[in-house]
Design a binder for this molecule. Structure first.
Ligand code: PEP
Length: 251
C-alpha cells in the first residue's frame, strides 16, 4: 500500500520566530494523532530549516522549497542540496511552477536539481502542472508528459523510488479554484500510466503522486478519496496549523 503524504509549502512567508511558532503548533496537533499510513512534511524558507529541525518531532519531515542547480561555487545567494541536507532536511521541492514561471527554470535545470538532490540524500518532491491556456487548449496531457520526460524520466528505476511527484495545475495554485476531484483523478491516473510506460507496473503502483492547488480542509476529503491521489502539497492552507491538520485528517 502506498504511503500518503501531506506536505506544507510555506513559500515566502513567516519570519524565523513565526515559523518556529507554526512548526510547534503543527507538532502539537500531530502529537494528538495521525491517520494511519500518513506522513507529514513542512517546507519552510531556507533560513528556518536548522531552527525548525530542532523543534520537529520525528513524526514530521522537513523539506526545502528549492535547491541550487550547482553543487557549489561562485553563485552568490544560492543554497545547495548538500547545505540543505546538512541543515537537517530530508526532502526538497523541485520545479515548483512559481520557480518555473518567475525564475525561468527549464525542464533541463529541474532535471539537474533532481539529480543533485538525490546525490545528497534528499528526496525530491517533483512538481509538474499545466497553465490555464494549456488546459483550455486541451494540451494539458502533452505538457505534463514533456515535464516528466525531460525533468524526471532520465532517472533509473531505483532512483525514481525516492521521488514524490506533485501534480499542481498552475491555474489552481493560490487562486482558490481547485481542480475538481475528476480532473485530479484523471491527471494522477495519467501520470501513473506514464510511469508504468517508462518503468514498470510495480514502480507505477508504488509511485506517490500528490495533488496541489487550493487544497483546503473543505475539499481535501473529496480530492484524497481518489484512488490515484496520494495526498497533497499544500500552499496557503499550510500557514494555519489548524487548517493543515484538518487536511491531514481528511484521509
Ligand atoms: C503550492 O504552491 O504548492 C500550492 C499548492 O499552493 P496553494 O495551496 O496555495 O494553491
Amino acid at each position: 500500500m502506498r504511503r500518503k503524504i501531506v506536505a506544507g509549502n510555506w513559500k515566502l512567508n513567516t519570519t524565523l520566530q513565526e515559523g518556529i511558532k507554526l512548526a510547534s503548533s503543527v507538532n502539537d496537533l500531530v502529537a494528538k494523532g495521525l491517520p494511519e499510513n500518513v506522513d507529514v512534511i513542512v517546507a519552510p524558507p531556507f533560513t528556518h530549516l536548522a531552527g525548525i529541525k530542532k523543534v520537529l518531532t520525528e513524526k514530521i519531515g522537513l523539506a526545502a522549497q528549492n535547491c541550487a542547480a550547482e553543487p557549489s561555487g561562485a553563485l552568490t545567494g544560492e543554497v545547495s542540496a548538500s547545505m540543505i541536507r546538512s541543515a537537517g532536511a530530508e526532502y526538497v521541492i523541485i520545479g515548483h511552477s512559481e520557480r518555473r514561471i518567475y525564475f525561468n527554470e527549464s525542464d533541463l535545470e529541474v532535471a539537474g536539481k533532481v539529480k543533485l538532490a538525490l546525490e545528497n540524500d534528499l528526496k525530491p518532491i517533483f512538481c509538474c502542472g499545466e497553465k490555464l491556456h494549456e488546459r483550455e487548449k486541451l494540451i494539458y496531457t502533452e505538457v505534463i508528459k514533456k515535464q516528466l520526460e525531460y525533468g524526471l524520466f532520465d532517472l533509473d528505476e531505483e532512483k525514481l523510488k525516492n521521488v514524490i511527484i506533485a501534480y499542481e495545475p498552475v491555474w489552481a495554485i493560490g487562486t482558490g479554484k481547485n481542480a475538481t476531484s475528476e480532473q485530479a483523478q484523471e491527471m494522477h491516473q495519467y501520470i501513473r500510466h506514464l510511469v508504468e510506460e517508462k518503468y514498470s507496473t510495480r514502480t507505477a503502483e508504488e509511485q506517490v503522486i500528490l495533488y496541489g492547488g487550493s487544497c483546503k480542509p473543505s475539499n481535501a476529503p473529496e480530492l484524497f478519496a481518489n484512488k490515484d491521489v496520494d495526498g497533497g502539497l499544500i500552499g496557503g492552507a499550510s500557514l494555519s496549523a489548524k487548517d493543515f491538520y484538518g487536511i491531514i485528517n481528511s484521509f
